[in-house]
Design a protein around this ligand. Structure first.
Ligand SMILES: Nc1ncnc2c1ncn2[C@@H]1O[C@H](COP(=O)(O)OP(=O)(O)OP(=O)(O)O)[C@@H](O)[C@H]1O
Length: 616
């Protein structure tokens, strides 16, 4: 099936959540960690107080030294020592706990994001490129969460530090402190013109980055095609173009960030000059002692630091908001089970099905489609489908490529809901059954089986995680893959490479059939399971499938006549509609489209000199 994906270049959400809304939602993400925040805020307060304490101890030491006061000097040094030890301890705890909180909260968010991705409706998932989703999980989730964890704590600790220091300075000299406050207030103001532009540009930058990641992923995963069609130079040219496009967005962001980060520093330096000049003037006039001027200088340095951090924090928060928007876009996708419209209209609840599950499992009742229509987005794929899958029988679908056969299997899997009409299992609407319960007794074998990176054993047991080792081995034997597994270096514990690419097509398919065996399905869905195999492998896989299909409700999509001629019932499809149906004999006797296609296949094989006369 073709998937039309979003590479992240075009934002999917045409009505972006307001930044304020995103900010509030980001804040809510931090709610479960309120206790941690309180501890970190207390630590921030202690650290801020120690900063004031250091300035005060410096003032005492300098004044004691200038006044030749030895006991005052000793007391000042002892005070400084206590402050330094407290400061070091609080800083250690602060760094350790915020690191721990970051790991805890980010991993929790990533888990809920993956849970959402694994459960969203296929229709929504189809719109995203996998690389885009990976980037949202690996980059957007931590950045968004840190925007709350680290930056909120930073905000509070910086504000505390500024408040404590200014209060202390006010106690030393009012006029000098007033000037300092005015200069500090100027710092965020000079940032204002840049902030909203930065947010928009950061969103754009993130989208382009995602598209780039998707491009690289496709280039690496399509390595075979890239080499076979000598696509490397073309891909590199395209990539260079993309890098240029990225730079056109990235460079202005860097420029604005550079100005944004440095403007506050310039203002602070100007303020420092003011304090030095005016402070010196006050000392000459005898209105301030030397120790206080030294404390003022230290404090000014200690204030300028959090103030510039505060200004940068605002810039960084813009990036977190952009990442938060990407995160929430995925988190807002509705889950399959959350699509309870079907449950409600059918007047059913989960428990009703759970109870029913004891009486019936998928494939034990007739599965009927009544007037079903369906499309991917705006494109209509199926119209007016009426069909019936009988329990314990083999039903086949044949027809031209793109006529909608695989889509029918997807509807049976409840991967998509029909746009019109209804699908019933016995008397229960499929939409009234929680998808996970429905699929628990279905096995699906596709043309290109998906294998997970892991051991051969794991790839089979995924079919039914609670299966025993004996059952897994029996499934492998039934699927005709046991001997092969026993010849591999670590037998069932042999690790297969990414997507099982180290195995042949036939081996991959037999492994997926073993997975289907271990599931003990009531309903077996086979989507052209032998189409990609050569005739030798096809025969081996067919043998395995024959065992698997025995006494099981089976729906098979196939091009090969050998696979479908013995089916109990065949539906022949054209342009998303069922145009003929019956047994192989009935359809051949009809001399219609099925017959024509079968004949065309026979002639093709004869012309090719092939021995498989029953393939069309
Ligand atoms: N996820 C998808 N998103 C959008 N369009 C899709 C998707 N999957 C399939 N289609 C389109 O739906 C139509 C029917 O596809 P489907 O895979 O059901 O046909 P098919 O009969 O199984 O074809 P084939 O025999 O080649 O596998 C095709 O035009 C296809 O391009």
């Amino acid at each position: 099936m073709n998937g039309i994906t979003n590479t992240g270049t075009t934002p999917l959400n045409e009505q972006p959540a307001a930044a304020q809304n995103t900010f509030i939602r980001l804040l809510k993400l931090g709610k479960p960690y309120t206790g941690w925040y309180i501890i970190l805020c207390v630590l921030a307060a202690v650290i801020s107080l120690t900063t004031v304490g250091l300035a005060e101890s410096l003032r005492r030491i300098i004044n004691a030294a200038t006044n030749h006061n030895t006991s005052g000097l000793t007391a000042g040094m002892a005070f400084a020592a206590v402050i330094v030890i407290t400061d070091a301890g609080a800083n250690f705890l602060n760094t350790y706990l915020s690191g721990l909180l970051e790991i805890k909260s980010t991993s929790k968010l990533q888990i809920s994001m993956l849970t959402r991705i694994l459960n969203v409706q296929m229709k929504d998932l189809d719109r995203y490129h996998s690389a885009d989703l990976i980037s949202r999980m690996n980059d957007s989730a931590p950045a968004a969460q840190q925007g709350i964890n680290r930056k909120t704590i930073d905000l509070i600790s910086n504000l505390l530090q500024i408040t404590f220091l200014l209060t202390y300075l006010l106690s030393l000299q009012f006029a000098l402190t007033l000037g300092t406050i005015i200069i500090c207030a100027l710092v965020p103001l000079v940032m204002l013109p840049f902030t909203s532009r930065l947010r928009t540009m950061n969103e754009q930058r993130q989208s382009i980055e995602s598209a780039q990641q998707a491009f690289v992923q496709d280039s690496i995963q399509g390595a075979e095609v890239v080499r076979a069609f000598s696509l490397a130079p073309r891909l590199l040219r395209q990539f260079t173009g993309r890098v240029r496009q990225f730079n056109t967005v990235h460079l202005p962001v860097s420029r604005i960030e550079a100005v944004g980060y440095n403007m506050p520093l310039a203002v602070i330096l100007g303020g420092l000059l003011y304090v030095l000049s005016y402070g010196g003037y006050l000392v000459i006039g005898g209105r301030l002692d030397v120790g206080a001027v030294a404390a003022f200088l230290i404090c000014f340095e200690q204030i300028s630091n959090p103030v510039s951090k505060l200004a940068n924090l605002w810039t960084e928060l813009q990036s977190s908001l952009a990442q938060g928007k990407r995160l929430f876009e995925v988190m807002d996708l509705s889950e399959e089970d959350g699509n309870s419209a079907g449950l409600k209209t059918a007047g059913m609840q989960d428990e009703a099905w759970t109870e029913g599950v004891n009486l019936t499992v998928a494939g034990q009742q007739p599965l009927t489609f009544s007037n079903v229509s369906f499309g991917y987005g705006q494109t209509k794929v199926l119209t007016d489908i009426h069909l019936r899958i009988e329990p314990g029988k083999v039903t086949a679908f044949a027809g031209a490529s793109g006529s909608g056969k695989s889509t029918i299997l997807q509807l049976m899997l409840a991967a998509y809901a029909p746009d019109g009409g209804s699908i019933h299992h016995g008397r229960v609407s499929l939409q009234a059954i929680p998808p996970r319960s429905w699929r628990s007794r279905i096995a699906y074998v596709s043309q290109e089986p998906y294998l997970f990176s892991g051991t051969l054993y794991e790839n089979i047991v995924w079919g039914r995680p609670e299966a025993s080792r004996e059952e897994v081995i029996a499934a492998a034997q039934n699927a005709g893959i046991h001997e092969f597994i026993m010849r591999t270096p670590l037998q069932y514990e042999t690790v297969i490479g990414e997507r099982g690419l180290t195995l042949s097509g036939g081996e991959r398919q037999r492994l997926s059939i073993a997975r289907a065996f271990v599931r003990e399905p009531g309903l077996l869905l086979l989507d052209e399971p032998t189409a990609a195999l050569d005739s030798h492998n096809e025969e081996i896989v067919q043998q395995a499938l024959r065992v698997l299909m025995t006494n099981r409700t089976t729906v098979v999509v196939a091009h090969r006549l050998s696979t479908i001629r013995h089916a109990d019932h065949i539906y022949f499809m054209e342009d998303g509609a069922i145009v003929e149906q019956g047994t192989h004999g009935e359809l051949m006797a009809l001399q219609g489209k099925y017959h024509a296609m079968a004949q065309a296949g026979v002639q093709t094989e004869a012309a090719a000199g092939g021995g498989i006369s029953n393939e069309y």
